[in-house]
Write a new protein. Structure first.
Ligand SMILES: CC(C)(COP(=O)(O)OP(=O)(O)OC[C@H]1O[C@@H](n2cnc3c(N)ncnc32)[C@H](O)[C@@H]1OP(=O)(O)O)[C@@H](O)C(=O)NCCC(=O)NCCS
Length: 196
C-alpha cells in the first residue's frame, strides 16, 4: 500500500506548495471547470455543466482515494495560500505513473505548472515508488509541452495521437521535501524565477 495521507509530507519550493484539495476549493474548481481550454484538454463532455455541488463531490472523491489513488494535489501560492492549479499522479503498472496538471487561467504563463510538475515528480518517486513518469500532451498544447520539457521529460513518440513524454526517475537522487538547495529545486528555481 503506497497511499499518501499526511499533508505535511507534501513538498513546496518556496514559491508554490502542494497540498490536498479541501472543501473550500470547490468554488475555484467550479470556475476552473468552466474554462474552455481546461475542458478541451481534459475532454469534458460537451453537455457538462460546472456546479458547486459537482466540485464538492469531486473533492470528496479525491479525499477518499488518498490511499489507492489517483492522487490529486492542489498547487497553492506559498505567500497567501491561493489555489493556483492542480496535478494528478495516476499509478500504472510496473512503477510507471501518468502525470497531468492544470493552472487556473489568471495564473498561467508564470511558471506554476512547471513548478508543480517538479514537486509532483518528487512525490511520485519518494512516496509512491515511481520509477518512470509519463506525460501525454496534445501536439498543439505548446504550453504543456514546455512544462514537460522544462522538467527534463523527453518526447519519445505518440500515444493515441498525443505526444508521449517520459522521464526516468530511477537515476535521480531523492530530495527531502522543502530542502531549498536540493538539485531539483535549484534547477526549477533557476528556470522559473517568475512568480512570487
Ligand atoms: C498547460 C498549462 C498547465 C500550463 O500551465 P502554466 O502554469 O501556464 O505553465 P508554465 O507557466 O509553467 O508555462 C510553461 C511555458 O508555456 C508558456 N505558456 C503558458 N501559457 C501559454 C499559452 N497560452 N500560449 C503559449 N505559451 C504558453 C509559458 O510562457 C512557459 O513558456 P517558457 O517555456 O518560455 O517558459 C495551462 O495552460 C493549462 O492549465 N492548460 C489547460 C489544461 C492543460 O492543458 N493541461 C495539460 C494537460 S497534459
Amino acid at each position: 500500500m503506497v497511499g499518501i495521507s499526511n499533508e505535511k509530507q507534501l513538498p513546496g519550493d518556496g514559491v508554490v506548495r502542494l497540498t490536498f484539495f479541501h472543501s473550500g476549493d470547490a468554488a475555484a474548481l467550479r470556475d476552473m471547470d468552466a474554462d474552455a481550454e481546461h475542458r478541451r484538454r481534459f475532454e469534458f463532455p460537451e453537455k457538462f455543466v460546472a456546479s458547486l455541488a459537482h466540485s464538492q463531490r469531486v473533492i470528496s472523491d479525491w479525499t477518499n482515494q488518498r490511499q489507492e489513488g489517483p492522487f490529486l494535489f492542489a498547487v497553492r501560492a506559498v505567500s497567501n495560500g491561493e489555489l493556483l492549479g492542480g496535478c494528478e499522479i495516476r499509478l500504472l503498472a510496473d512503477h510507471v505513473a501518468n502525470l497531468s496538471y492544470w493552472t487556473v487561467p489568471q495564473h498561467r504563463a508564470r511558471g506554476v505548472a512547471s513548478r508543480a510538475v517538479a514537486l509532483a515528480s518528487q512525490i511520485a518517486r519518494a512516496q509512491l515508488d515511481v520509477k518512470r513518469i509519463e506525460i501525454v500532451v496534445d501536439p498543439d498544447n505548446f504550453a504543456s509541452r514546455r512544462v514537460a520539457m522544462h522538467n527534463g521529460f523527453r518526447a519519445v513518440g505518440m500515444r493515441n495521437d498525443r505526444i508521449l513524454h517520459v522521464k526516468d526517475m530511477s537515476i535521480l537522487p531523492v530530495d527531502p521535501p522543502n530542502k531549498a538547495n536540493s538539485t531539483i529545486f535549484r534547477n526549477v528555481a533557476t528556470v522559473r524565477g517568475r512568480i512570487g
